[in-house]
Design a protein around this ligand. Structure first.
Ligand code: FES
Length: 124
């Protein structure tokens, strides 16, 4: 379902960096990777650091606290791909110079694909 909301203007997020925005009660990290934009849940599945503060390179963000690496395109935790741990991702579009992200409201039962995914056997 379409819940696109403007979070910033093009140019406000420098290439190679991320910024965090609250959208429908979710903190969303929006990243500029060579002028392609990606949006993921900003809350690191490990211990909750802000992923938008992490280093971005080659489509990957590294968590600033313990260096877990997440692929911006699908949120996969790259240090142990078989774990199934990932952070939710959201669609991004540019409309009239605005960066917009599609984050469902918490009461939108139709959009459950973006639920956090952390298996019960999460490593410490
Ligand atoms: S809080 Fe992100 S790797 Fe530990």
């Amino acid at each position: 379902m379409n819940h696109f909301q403007t979070v910033a203007k093009v140019g406000e997020i420098p290439p190679g960096q991320g910024r965090c925005f609250p959208v429908h009660g979710t903190m969303v990290g929006v990243f500029n990777e060579n002028n392609r934009y990606f949006a993921i849940n900003d809350f690191c599945p490990h211990m909750g650091a802000s992923l938008s503060d992490g280093h971005v390179d080659d489509g990957i963000v590294m968590c600033p606290w313990h260096a877990w690496r997440f692929r911006l395109s699908d949120g996969a935790w790259l240090d142990n791909p078989k774990s199934g741990i990932c952070t939710p991702t959201y669609d991004v579009r540019i409309e009239d110079g605005d960066i917009q992200v599609n984050v469902p409201p918490p009461d939108d039962d139709a959009d459950t694909d973006n639920a956090a995914s952390v298996p019960s056997s999460e490593p410490s």
